[in-house]
Design a protein around this ligand. Structure first.
Ligand SMILES: Cc1cc2nc3c(=O)[nH]c(=O)nc-3n(C[C@H](O)[C@H](O)[C@H](O)COP(=O)(O)O)c2cc1C
Length: 177
């Protein structure tokens, strides 16, 4: 087990806003002198879905590395983009490639949702909460919903004060969780 907080940027879409939000969290933890690191799903191998799961899970260097971090980490932030009313399929594939149940049993998770539309991935976070709870993890109740995310960001920074207030509160709550 280690004390690094792992921030999962939950899509492999190039130029994803999710990765920018993951960086916002990284900076918040850094400012509090808390060790944190991003797990960027864009780094998954291109053939992950068809050749990197099941009996091949963890065989590539990057997936071995991600699996080790997810097994050893105690607290996670999941950055959840809203894709077709839920979270990105690659995130479920990522979870399906982790060690079960050791990756999540009694771990602490915080979720943040972002969307182009008005929902702020609220359903997506609810879907992921069910899965994380099933896998034995506890999910923090505070789940910021960053609706119309691009309109509330500039140069990788969140310009909406209310969004930042919720994120800072959640970061503190995750540390106390
Ligand atoms: C496959 C796909 C499905 C999407 N579905 C939705 C959706 O259901 N609702 C919505 O508000 N935005 C939707 N979006 C837009 C994303 O929420 C938007 O791109 C946002 O920036 C977060 O995703 P990103 O991290 O990929 O940038 C979708 C985007 C993609 C690529």
């Amino acid at each position: 087990m280690n004390d690094t907080i792992y921030i999962i940027s939950g899509t492999n879409r190039p130029q994803a806003v999710s990765l920018q939000i993951a960086n916002v969290y990284l900076q918040e933890f850094n400012a509090l002198n808390v060790k944190a690191e991003i797990i960027d799903l864009q780094e998954l191998p291109a053939d992950y879905l068809f050749s990197g799961l099941y009996e091949n899970a963890g065989k590539s260097e990057i997936t071995m590395n991600f699996r080790k971090k997810m097994k050893e980490g105690k607290k996670f932030v999941f950055v959840i983009a809203e894709y077709n009313g839920s979270f990105p399929g690659v995130l479920k594939a990522f979870i399906d490639g982790l060690e079960f149940p050791d990756s999540f049993t009694n771990k602490k998770c915080a979720l943040v949702g972002l969307s182009a539309g008005e929902q702020g991935a609220v359903l997506a976070m609810s879907h992921l909460t069910d899965i994380l709870n099933y896998c034995g993890a506890h999910v923090l109740a505070q789940k910021p919903k960053l609706a119309m995310v691009s309109q509330n960001m500039e140069d990788g920074k969140i310009t909406n004060e209310r969004y930042m207030k919720h994120i800072k509160l959640q970061v503190q709550q995750l540390l106390d969780f």
